[in-house]
Ligand binder design. Structure first.
Ligand code: SF4
Length: 160
């Protein structure tokens, strides 16, 4: 048993670390207190060391919380409160974890105002989408980390 554990630990150490939005791994950290478990993303643990992060939680926001969307560069809740400071703090903490754990790739929840990559909600809380990046995803990307959404993990399987 001890030997098996040792082998597993060694193999774990050899796996590349990939940052992942915690809600995709089943953590109930979404604004509504639910998760968004994605089995395909969770199964990546066979090949990668998955590092779960929730930028909004890392920024000090509670769960559950009012949903936010990005508007004119600010993170605003559906009640009209400005949460930009918490979003920026959470993004900075997320980057610190990514760098500390040596993550070159991040698999982030699509359309989120923190984690979205390329397309996010439009700031009107009407379900509409627009081009843009979530606050944490944008910071990771500008720091050289390859950020992809959960529907694009086949790219990762192909290239890494
Ligand atoms: S901030 Fe990101 S990880 Fe946290 S609940 Fe929202 S989408 Fe998921």
């Amino acid at each position: 048993m001890t030997g098996d554990s040792g082998v597993c630990m060694n193999r774990q150490k050899d796996k590349p670390a990939v940052l992942v939005s915690a809600c995709l791994l089943g953590f109930p950290c979404r604004y509504d207190g639910k998760s968004k478990l994605n089995e395909e993303v969770a199964a990546m643990s066979e090949k990668y060391e998955l590092v779960p992060v929730c930028p909004e939680c890392l920024g000090g926001l509670p769960t559950p919380r009012s949903p936010s969307e990005l508007k004119d560069g600010r993170a605003i809740t559906s009640d009209g409160e400005d949460r930009t400071e918490q979003f920026v703090n959470g993004a900075n903490e997320t980057l610190k974890i990514a760098l500390k754990r040596g993550c070159l790739v991040a698999v982030m929840k699509e359309r989120s105002p923190s984690c979205g990559s390329g397309i996010i909600h439009n700031g009107r809380f009407d379900g509409g989408l627009t081009e843009g990046w979530g606050v944490a995803a944008a910071l990771l990307r500008s720091s050289g980390i390859w950020v992809i959404g959960e529907s694009s993990i086949s790219k990762l399987k192909k290239d890494h």
